[in-house]
Design a protein around this ligand. Structure first.
Ligand SMILES: [Zn+2]
Length: 487
């Protein structure tokens, strides 16, 4: 069965054929590490983790590259053109690179909790300044770029193909989007490949044009080509990156004579309670806060219940419904895993397994149809539960286990070892930790700091992370246990 993907460039579903089978190269635009990841980052991580797992399931060898932006880029035009990382560094009284490192590791803690496999390569923009300078030099030589006052700009008007991915034209691009508007550009639509560092700019590197830092778009062209080579297979990212970021990536790579990505995938926005997330209105939650409230696998399961190309509206009721469904599925799966196979075959169960596989594969091959793939598992559940209840048909149940391990643990990644290893239910465990923290709080109130510290110390020894924040005490469970969802 061919794997069909929606290719943004061709604006239709097409059969995926890698350039050099069995190898597949995937590049995903990663986060800028200046604050904690939010839901959109979580969705991206989970969606492309499932893409990777599906390709592996189909027998491909996947090199999965996802970058981290850690050079000081300017905030978008709405934010006065300050450097995001530098702004944060002042706020947190840290070196800019300390900010980048702090949020780099916190990002991976969050995605680890979501059972997202680490990329094969995580290139950091700051580690690839030379490659970005080389690509900029190539564009200068070919006349697609020009230098002025220590900055280098891409000459937009010279690249007629601009807009072929998004269908938008350069005329639509707001002058200075993502880069500070400067009178020095030949054309307001030109974008920076290299920026001269103003005296107050901290993150800076030497270049043939003086001290400065790379423009945002150039890192992805340079790093994807470096690690995946000419004409690599899949380039992915959020729908908001289509324009101008991905258009610029394509222009920079192709104008320098390279063959760029062959397929383009874009995942859609995440809303919170029907509205766009925004820190200023308070309609905002970090991934970390969400993972403290719900078992991370409930969040993963919830994310996969929506198709990646549709808008996902995250609500509490939606999460709670997902938690119920997930724990129901987990219960059956635990029983299946604990089964000592005995007895013979069941033709009914055999037929249900065949149907599960057929529906699941058809769903995944149809542009990663995870909602339908999950539906196929729930359709299978009654037959499975009945066979588990009867306790016969051990041979067929063993087969069911093998298939469910492959699809649930393998492809969807919703049954990690730490969840299966725990036999304490999520809500009970959460309740116990909450109780201990309440006792600690009471001890502090009566100035019994010895008891308070001792409770915290014992929890820490058990791997429970306790953080006292201005908004109260936050905590999270160790990886090896089951963090609870609300049922
Ligand atoms: Zn990118």
């Amino acid at each position: 069965m061919p794997f069909v993907l929606y290719d943004t460039m061709q604006r239709k579903k097409v059969e995926f054929q890698p350039a050099k089978p069995p190898h597949v190269g995937v590049y995903v635009c990663g986060p800028t590490v200046y604050s904690d990841a939010h839901l959109g980052h979580g969705r991206a991580a989970v969606v492309y983790d499932v893409l990777r797992r599906w390709l592996l399931h189909e027998g491909y060898k996947v090199r999965f590259v996802s970058n981290v932006t850690d050079v000081g880029h300017l905030t978008d035009d709405a934010d006065d053109g300050e450097d995001k990382i530098q702004k944060r560094a002042v706020l947190e009284r840290l070196e800019p690179m300390e900010v980048a490192d702090k949020y780099f590791w916190r990002y991976f803690e969050d995605t680890d909790a979501l059972n997202v496999a680490k990329p094969s390569i995580t290139p950091r923009a700051s580690g690839h300044i030379i490659e970005q300078i080389e690509l900029t030099k190539e564009l200068l030589q070919r006349g697609y770029a020009y230098e002025i006052n220590g900055s280098v700009y891409f000459r937009a008007a010279k690249w007629p193909d601009y807009g072929k991915l998004s269908g938008r034209r350069l005329e639509d691009q707001q002058a200075g989007a993502r880069v500070e508007v400067r009178g020095e550009k030949e054309d307001p639509r030109d974008w920076a490949l290299w920026k001269k560092a103003e005296p107050e700019h901290i993150m800076r590197w030497p270049s043939p044009w003086g001290e400065g830092y790379p423009g945002w778009h150039i890192e992805c062209s340079a790093m994807s080509l470096k690690y995946l080579g000419e004409g690599f297979d899949i380039h992915a990212g959020g729908i908001d990156l289509q324009f101008p970021h991905h258009e610029c990536e394509i222009a920079q790579a192709e104008a320098a004579g390279h063959e760029f990505a062959r397929y383009w995938m874009h995942h859609n926005h995440v809303l919170l309670n029907g509205e766009k997330m925004s820190k200023s209105t308070g309609n905002f939650i970090t991934l970390r806060e969400l993972l403290n409230q719900y078992e991370p696998m409930v969040v993963r399961f919830y994310l996969l219940q929506s198709h990646y190309r549709s808008v996902l509206d995250m609500t509490q009721s939606g999460l709670e419904a997902a938690a119920k469904a997930y724990y129901r599925l987990l219960e059956s799966y635990r029983r299946l895993k604990a089964l000592q196979p005995a007895g013979g075959k069941s033709e009914t169960l055999q037929a249900a397994i065949a149907e599960l596989q057929e529906d699941f594969y058809a769903a995944m091959n149809n542009d990663l149809g995870t909602p339908e793939a999950i539906a196929a598992i729930f359709k299978f559940l009654p037959s499975l539960n009945k066979a588990l209840e009867q306790g016969e048909a051990g041979e067929t149940l063993a087969r069911a286990r093998e298939v469910m391990e492959r699809l649930g643990e393998g492809v969807l990644g919703i049954f990690p070892e730490r969840v299966l290893a725990s036999n304490v239910s999520g809500p009970l465990l959460r309740g116990l930790v909450e109780l201990l923290l309440q006792l600690r709080q009471e001890a502090r109130q009566r100035r019994d700091y010895q008891s308070a510290d001792s409770i915290r110390e014992r929890l820490t020894q058990l791997g429970v992370v306790v953080e006292d924040t201005p908004r109260g005490t936050q905590w999270r469970l160790p990886q090896a246990s089951l963090a609870g969802g609300k049922e």
